[in-house]
Design a protein around this ligand. Structure first.
Ligand code: ZN
Length: 118
């Protein structure tokens, strides 16, 4: 008696059902993990941008009401690599585009994660 090659319909349905069950168990947790890791990366990048701005402000002796440095200016001075972008495609902006002095905190905010983690 010759055995047929390939899978039976029942075997295929079982494989699909098992795959579906595994995805339904792991999916939500997995997506949550991805969201959390993107948020953490965003926080780290924003902290890097703030540190770079701090160095830029001191190096260029920025005064009160001077414009905050742009990304391009910080990249051209090798303070940033240009990789510092929100992994969720958020846009970084200064909480205030003017430097308000050494005792006034300046924060970089993300259009998706806002000031989370700062
Ligand atoms: Zn972000």
């Amino acid at each position: 008696m010759r055995r047929e090659q390939g899978f039976t319909l029942f075997e295929l349905l079982m494989a699909i059902a098992i795959t579906g069950i595994l995805i339904s168990l792991a999916g939500p947790g997995f997506l949550q993990q991805i969201r959390q890791s993107k948020k953490t990366t965003c926080i780290i990048y924003r902290q890097n941008v703030q540190t770079a701005a701090d160095i830029y402000i001191k190096t260029h002796n920025l005064k009160k009401n001077d414009d905050m440095p742009t990304f391009a200016e910080m990249i051209s001075e090798n303070l940033l690599t240009g990789e510092e972008r929100c992994p969720s495609a958020g846009i970084y902006v200064w909480s205030d585009h003017k430097y308000r002095g050494p005792n006034v905190p300046f924060l970089v905010s993300c259009s998706i994660h806002f000031l989370e983690g700062m």
